[in-house]
Design a protein around this ligand. Structure first.
Ligand code: TXE
Length: 498
């Protein structure tokens, strides 16, 4: 820790944060205290909001939507606010990254990289605000003209998880705002600070009061009440498949609000023998270790052509051995801490299940304690069969299970042998094979000879039980609109009653 700049040291005492409703900061005594998962030291204290606070926030968002100060201004004016937001995030990037590290445990270098992506999200959202448009039908006959208007859906409730507190927020907020909607956000109770910082940033950028509200609190009370709320028009939820299912029930039992759901994944990385094996191994090591594998698009199933499987696994194990795991505040760290105690236990339990089911650990397979934090070595299992829990379940940790295949058909079959369909990566030097496999694997995001690449222009979301809808880019903005068909009679009406 001695080599770190003062700004990268741990705070002397936990910092207190309020919550943000109708352009005002508010407070309550009842609070969550968050300890840094990398150090076990208390870093933040955020408010445990009540259902009344949620209702105030929804009313504020409704007023801000209805008064038209946001929904009725031009796309160009909305773009101006989003571009100013991008500039302010640039100015405050170190501070935002620091809080991501303190609450989530991710390495500072990674957090800073994510913030570049967040800036790009606001810039892209600004472009989308200006580009958003409807459609027209000039083919309805001489006298009838049709227009399709895109209108903002209204008040959006955004429920975010703890794995990418600021990045997942920024992959949604600019696009929701670009559409003209207003928001109530509930971040994960363990990583709320950067969602609150965004409130300060948006206010400085000139967002009208009430358009962005943050209610901190637990999922079971505030999150559940949001999904049941009669005055929220749409929920964007990112988290577990179990809670995603609860959102569907709550929407059905309340006002049929629209849902955007980004849920779990068990994503394949398929490696053909003709691939650049060294690059593929590097990508596989990155794909399972990035964000300690607590990432919905982690490539957690390696599917490698049998004739190179041994060679590839050795290459991969050697690379995984070299990954630098440790203090997330150290700029040289590649993999930081596991974010919550519950997640740490889940991952370690899965590692034990893999071992007792007969899979073999090629690298990792254990926790290690460091500076009072919770850490797990990136782990590679071989000899995995498709019925094992480590083969089927989303572990959400740095645990990779290896399978082999003989033909492309078999690779596709293994890749699709999951209830999820979020993402996939494919490595081959044969372009026909690449495109043919890409077209047959059921996943919402695909990477050919790369992994986790892309910008906020590209939509993201899943097939099957990985969710509903798409976020980001123009597709993302459209999710937060609804379509109105307008019919205009250009001639005098032919009387029905003579
Ligand atoms: O998620 P939860 P948890 C997966 C991953 C992980 C597992 C459990 O497999 O191991 O989920 O993580 C709020 N109504 N992912 O328990 O509970 C909660 O407060 C409404 C994948 O942390 O789904 C938080 O803000 N909201 C994933 C958010 O939901 C509720 C990211 C996510 O928490 C709620 C995270 C309820 N009844 C976990 N209960 C991804 N797709 O990236 C909780 N919440």
């Amino acid at each position: 820790m001695d080599q770190l700049a003062p700004k990268h040291r741990l705070p002397d005492q936990p910092k207190e944060f309020g919550y943000f409703v109708d352009g005002l900061w508010k407070s309550r005594e009842d609070r969550f205290e968050r300890a840094s998962p990398g150090h076990g030291v208390a870093v933040s204290r955020t408010v445990r909001c009540t259902l009344d606070d949620l209702n105030d926030a929804v009313s504020a968002a409704r007023r801000a939507f209805e008064n038209g100060f946001w929904a009725d201004i031009s796309g160009a004016e909305r773009a101006g606010v989003l571009l100013r937001t991008a500039e302010i995030i640039k100015r405050r990037r170190e501070e935002v990254a620091y809080w991501e590290v303190l609450e989530n445990g991710k390495p500072i270098s990674q957090a800073l990289g994510e913030i570049e992506h967040c800036i790009a999200c606001f810039e892209t959202g600004a472009g989308a605000a200006r580009a958003l448009h409807g459609d027209s039908f000039n083919n309805l006959g001489k006298d009838l003209f049709g227009m399709v208007l895109r209108e903002p859906i209204g008040v959006v409730g955004l429920i975010t998880p703890w794995n990418f507190p600021f990045l997942i927020l920024c992959e949604r907020v600019p696009f929701i705002l670009a559409s003209g909607c207003t928001l109530v956000v509930k971040p994960s109770e363990v990583t709320s600070v950067t969602t609150l910082l965004l409130a300060e940033i948006l206010e400085e950028a000139g967002l009208p009061r009430g358009a962005y509200n943050v209610v901190t609190g637990s999922g079971r009370t505030i999150g559940q009440a949001m999904t049941e709320h009669h005055d929220i028009d749409m929920i964007s939820f990112t988290g577990s498949t179990a809670v995603g299912r609860a959102c569907v029930h709550a929407a059905a039992d309340s006002n049929f609000k629209k849902l955007g759901l980004e849920l779990g994944g068990k994503n394949p990385i398929i490696v053909f023998a003709d691939a650049d094996l060294d690059s593929a191994a590097d990508a596989a090591a990155f794909g399972i270790s990035f964000n300690t594998g607590q990432c919905c698009v982690s490539s957690s199933r390696l599917i490698v052509e049998v004739k190179v499987a041994n060679e590839f696994e050795k290459l991969l194990a050697a690379k995984m051995q070299k990954i630098v795991v440790g203090d997330p505040l150290d700029p040289t760290t590649q993999v930081g801490a596991i974010t919550t105690e519950a997640q740490n236990k889940t991952i370690l339990d899965y590692i034990e299940k893999g071992k007792s089911a007969g899979a073999k650990v090629l690298v990792g397979g254990a926790k290690f304690d460091h500076e009072g934090g919770q850490y797990i070595q990136p782990t590679l299992f071989t000899g995995v069969t498709r019925d094992m829990a480590i083969a089927t379940d989303e572990i959400f940790g740095p645990v990779l299970s290896s399978f082999t295949f003989e033909t492309a058909d078999e690779a596709v079959q293994i890749a699709n042998d999951t209830v999820y369909g979020l993402a996939a990566s494919l490595w081959t030097s044969d372009v026909s094979k690449a495109l043919s496999v890409t077209r047959r694997v059921r996943a919402g995001r695909f990477w050919v000879n790369t992994i986790m690449a892309g910008g906020p222009e590209m939509p993201l979301g899943g097939f099957k039980q990985s969710g509903w809808g798409r976020e980001a880019g123009v597709y993302g903005v459209e999710e937060y609109t609804q379509i109105k068909s307008v019919h205009v009679d250009l001639a005098k009406r032919q009387p029905w009653i003579s």
